[in-house]
Design a protein around this ligand. Structure first.
Ligand code: MN
Length: 252
C-alpha cells in the first residue's frame, strides 16, 4: 500500500514525523508536505505563481520525501500527479497540533489535505490532537495507524475522507473511539483590537467557543476523552433545500 503523507504544520513538525514512522509499518510512505506552516489556510491552491519541490529526507522509514513551497492541497496534487512515481492508495494528513473539530474543518489546512486526497479518489484521513502544547505524538501515531488499518479493511469507497481528532491526553485518558457528526462551533470575542508601535490599530482574529457543545458531536466526544471520527463528503450540495425547491420556479 502506497501512502501519501502530508500536513499543514510543515514538513519539520513532530506530528508528521511520528505518524510517518508508524505508517511505514503498514505501507510505503511518501511524504509531500509544506515547507512552511499553513494552518487555517484551508483548501488554498497555488495557481498564480510557480511552486518548488525539493527532496527533504526525514529518515523515518519513508520511500521518498519532498518539501513543497505551497499548501497541503498543492502537496497532495503534486504528489499524486508528479512527485510519486507509483500509484497512491491512501492519503493521510497530520498529525496536526491542535484540534480540527466541527465547523472548523472548513478553515483547516490539515482537513483540506485529506479532502484533496478524496477529490483525487483516494481514501483519505485527517488526524489532529486537541493539544497545542506537547502532545504525545508517538502514542497518538500508534493509535492512528490502528484506526486507519481497521477502516481501510471495511471501507471500499475511495472518494471519502475521515476527520479524526484525539483528546488532550495530558488532561484526560482515552475512553475509546466514537463515530460522530460535526459540531456547530461558533466563537465569541472573535476580534482583539491592539495598537502597533506606531499607534496604528491592528486586529487579531481568534476568540473562545460560544455554544455549549451538543451531545454526540465530535467536539463533545473529544472533550469527554474519546477519539472522534467523522466521515466527510466532498459534495456540499444541500439536498434538503434542493428537494424543497424542486417545484419552485423562478421566471426570468
Ligand atoms: Mn496546523
Amino acid at each position: 500500500m502506497n501512502i501519501l503523507l502530508t500536513n499543514d504544520d510543515s514538513i519539520e513538525s513532530e506530528g508528521l514525523k511520528a505518524l510517518g514512522k508508524e505508517l511505514s509499518t503498514i505501507g510505503r510512505v511518501f511524504v509531500v508536505a509544506p515547507q512552511k506552516p499553513q494552518s487555517a489556510g484551508s483548501h488554498a491552491t497555488t495557481l498564480h505563481k510557480p511552486l518548488r519541490a525539493e527532496k527533504f529526507p526525514l529518515n523515518i522509514g519513508e520511500i521518498s520525501s519532498f518539501r513543497v513551497s505551497g499548501t497541503p492541497s498543492d502537496c497532495v496534487l503534486l504528489g499524486i500527479d508528479l512527485l510519486i512515481k507509483e500509484t497512491v492508495d491512501i492519503v493521510v494528513s497530520g498529525i496536526n497540533k491542535g484540534p480540527n473539530l466541527g465547523d472548523d474543518v472548513i478553515y483547516s489546512g490539515t482537513v483540506a489535505g485529506a479532502r484533496e486526497g478524496a477529490i483525487n479518489n483516494k481514501l483519505s484521513f485527517a488526524i489532529s490532537v486537541n493539544d497545542f502544547e506537547n502532545p504525545d505524538f508517538i502514542y497518538i501515531s500508534k493509535l492512528s495507524v490502528k484506526i486507519i488499518d481497521a477502516l481501510i479493511k471495511v471501507i471500499e469507497r475511495k472518494n471519502l475522507y475521515f476527520n479524526i481528532n484525539f483528546p488532550n491526553l495530558r488532561k484526560t485518558t482515552i475512553k475509546g473511539v466514537k463515530f460522530a457528526r460535526l459540531a456547530r462551533r461558533r466563537y465569541k470575542n472573535r476580534i482583539t483590537v491592539g495598537k502597533d508601535p506606531f499607534q496604528k490599530e491592528f486586529y487579531w482574529i481568534g476568540g473562545t467557543l460560544d455554544d455549549p457543545l451538543e451531545d454526540e458531536t465530535d467536539s463533545k466526544y473529544v472533550e469527554e476523552g474519546f477519539i472522534a471520527i467523522t466521515p466527510l463528503l466532498i459534495d456540499q450540495t444541500n439536498f434538503d433545500v434542493l428537494n424543497e425547491l424542486k417545484n419552485f420556479e423562478i421566471k426570468i
